[in-house]
Design a protein around this ligand. Sequence first.
Ligand code: SF4
Length: 358
Amino acid sequence: MAERPVRKALELPLGPTTQPPNRLTAQVLDERLRGTRFVSLTPQRVLNSPKSTGMDYWSLNPYVGCEFGCSYCYARYTHRYVVERAHDAGKLTDAEFADYRGAHGWEAFEKRIFVKEHVIGALDVDLKHVPLGETIVIGTATDPYQPAERKFKITRAVLKRLARCEGLSFGIITKSPLIARDADLLVRLQERNELQIHVSLITADAALARKLEARSPVPAARLRALGKLVDAGVNAGLIIAPVLPGITDDVAQLDTLFAAAKRAGARFIHAGPLRLYPAIRDRFLPVLGEHFPDLVPKYQRAYAGHGYAPRDYAKALSRRIEKLRKKHGFKNQSAMFERYRPAKMPVQGELELRGSLP
Ligand code: SF4
């Protein structure tokens, strides 16, 4: 018998100030040769409410930190937050804190991965607070199918539990072909719920991807996984995010991606420009300087004082994406950025990257 989430308003926001602390045991579960460690984390809550994040959906991340190490990743602050909170609560020694934080605060995100073990008890409790019809997005702050998932299978355990629900809407965002392993569960999940799988790919150019994403799977593998999901009957498409001004936003590259997605059977395509929050700059700007030095001052001007792409740039990109959607026969599905948009959009700055779009 399918389980129906209760129609119940949240009594308490599950945000940073009210959420019970996670239990960080500092128990190392595994270690890779190149020094990456996987550390046990027992969460007291696993679903982040819309109220606590400012987004208009619930979110769930089976891991904290991500081995793929994309230079533009906006989620590094989540790792730092967990480490600093555990240290403040006296659960980490100063030496552990230094190790789990890293010299600059961004390296540890890629090399100290927290594994949310025993997640199902917390998920059972949290699901009671999710009203029917609401959306839960998996993989907003780390990739749920990063290499750790092959061993720990936390995402698979979560999907098994969610497959008992009905009347909800689920989104999953991943760069990993490992998601095809769970096609059986995804088919079950979408029998009684809405489901959108977003396979994330910013370029079909493998050499360019390697410059920008330290350890992500090659584009062809992601497109093959997308094809496998669609063949299994799963509602899956491509998400091109972030589109990087002056690097991946030209018509030729985007057209290649659209064509590849079409061949793979993608049901939809979403795209959005780079968000350059302060937490991203430390990691992304040096990579930009190494490979595209001429673009550094342009980015610094365009994103001065705010994290969002300039409004005119975002509009021009949106028009370009729409033309490509039409050309390749995709419907105008703005659901991803309509439905998953931040609740509070900050004021946009001056357009400085106009030169990269006609
Ligand atoms: S795969 Fe996603 S979560 Fe992982 S580093 Fe890249 S952008 Fe961040």
